[in-house]
Design a protein around this ligand. Structure first.
Ligand code: CTP
Ligand code: MG
Length: 242
């Protein structure tokens, strides 16, 4: 069967409600199942805004966002939620157990599925270190776990749902470089059939992506592989050197 999860942005322009100027202009790209698309750019460039348009946190002003050829504006919220898993830049955890947090998107997941997701997300050791395991309590907002642990639990939660599309908004930034590399290697093996879109700050996180979009001031200023961009993109070179 054909793989599902093809994401296409067609000439998308977006303004926040009440704002004058668009924060995204003429955004066009395609992200294919089995591939990783990365988005990089300085703070305020519009990366979070861009990835929020697929799960319809906001709707576009003009242009189209399509999932397997269907505009997301024509899809049910429940269909989008089951097919697209977004790990937000500021991941949220609920007050409750780790298990409760992990099952959020897929209440009928088996314990094996939860542990498998935790292993991929490099969070298994953290959950195993207390005898309460999956029943460990998380405080409201996840304030009793570190930022990196919150990110990894949030990644594990996304993995449990086995979506067609993963959106990782700066999800690896709180991890040390070695954990980041291990996590992405494990993730690659587990998400082979899915479309993966990664917003990153660090070039090392996305150097092996199939395509990288360089976003600046709401526009895609350059695109290509890491090696291509090193040759062609002054903006990318600046990010590499920063
Ligand atoms: N913005 C806004 N209203 C919001 C969110 C963002 O007006 N509710 C504006 C921001 O002030 C910024 C632009 O939209 O000028 C893009 O913001 P964002 O997409 O969050 O930028 P990122 O590239 O994600 O920035 P960062 O690297 O800091 O996460
Ligand atoms: Mg952001």
């Amino acid at each position: 069967a054909e793989k599902k999860g093809r994401v296409e942005f067609r000439d998308v322009t977006f303004k926040y409600p009440g704002a004058e100027a668009p924060v995204l202009s003429n955004i066009s790209f395609t992200a294919e199942p089995g591939k990783t698309l990365a988005i990089i750019g300085s703070t305020g460039a519009g990366k979070t805004t861009l990835v929020s348009l697929l799960p319809r946190l906001y709707d576009v002003a003009s242009g189209d966002v399509l999932l397997d050829g269907v505009p997301v504006t024509k899809m049910d919220a429940s269909e989008i939620t089951s097919r697209v898993s977004a790990v937000p830049q500021k991941p949220y955890l609920f007050s409750g157990t780790i298990e409760h947090n992990l099952r959020f998107g897929k209440p009928d997941a088996t314990d094996d599925e939860l542990w498998d997701a935790l292993e991929t997300a490099q969070a298994k050791g953290f959950v195993e270190e207390k005898s309460s395991g999956l029943n460990r309590r998380i405080a409201q907002g996840g304030t009793n776990v570190s930022g990196g642990q919150r990110q990894r639990l949030s990644i594990a939660r996304a993995l449990v749902t086995k979506p067609n599309v993963y959106l990782f908004d700066d999800s690896f930034s709180a991890l040390d470089v070695a954990t980041d590399a291990r996590l992405r290697k494990a993730l690659k093996a587990k998400t082979r059939d899915a479309t993966v879109i990664i917003v990153a700050q660090r070039v090392s996180t996305i150097a092996d992506a199939d395509e990288i979009l360089v976003l600046d001031n709401g526009r895609i200023v350059d695109r290509g592989t890491h090696d291509e961009l090193l040759e062609t993109s002054p903006t990318y070179q600046e990010i590499v050197e920063s």
